[in-house]
Write a protein that binds this ligand. Structure first.
Ligand code: HEC
Length: 147
């Protein structure tokens, strides 16, 4: 009497496992297709080695990120220029998107990013790379305890 319900229970477990396995592979395939079609870049898709080179590359203004933010983004030229070394990667990425889109505006900083996007020397992948590089620095922003 107990054998049949057990068999039914077992087969429904197997069925559920099968469904779960199918369900898992689908979004991954969809994600890859989506990426190829729209080149969607997220804050964590950057390559720090490429970002390091970009950080030292002159922008259309004739300046590079490190000329103002200092080596590794940790020695800014003045108090109005923030330390960006060791800052959260997604914070950096979204800040750069916002300067590009005019949602954040600053006389010096906006023109660096906007100008480079307009000239085609910087793109979404580039700001992800820059974010990976600066976030990877052992900066003072990670732990503010005692500051
Ligand atoms: C001419 C000097 C200059 C250059 C070149 C420059 N920046 Fe900046 N950057 C600034 C200043 C000044 C600010 C502060 C702007 C503000 O208060 O919004 C800033 C702000 C930022 C911020 C926001 C930081 C925060 O704490 O909110 C990021 C991120 C940033 N810069 C990244 C970069 C990157 C990446 C590059 C190179 C592609 C770059 N900057 C080039 C001067 C510069």
């Amino acid at each position: 009497m107990t054998k049949r319900p057990l068999a039914i229970a077992l087969s429904s477990v197997l069925l559920l496992l099968g469904l779960a396995a199918c369900g898992k592979s689908e979004p991954a395939a969809e994600g890859a297709g989506h990426k190829a079609a729209h080149k969607h870049i997220s804050a964590f898709d950057g390559d720090a080695a490429r970002g390091e080179k970009l950080a030292a590359t002159k922008l259309p203004t004739g300046q590079a990120c490190v000329d103002c933010h200092g080596a590794g983004g940790m020695k800014p030229i003045d108090a109005a220029t923030p330390v960006i070394g060791g800052q959260y990667q997604d914070y950096l990425f979204h800040s750069l998107q916002q300067y590009r889109d005019g949602k954040r505006d600053h006389a010096l900083m906006t023109m660096q990013i906007k100008g480079a996007f307009e000239a085609g020397t910087l793109d979404e992948q580039g700001i992800a790379d820059l974010s990976a590089y600066f976030a990877g620095q052992d900066g003072p922003l990670g732990d503010l305890h005692g500051k």
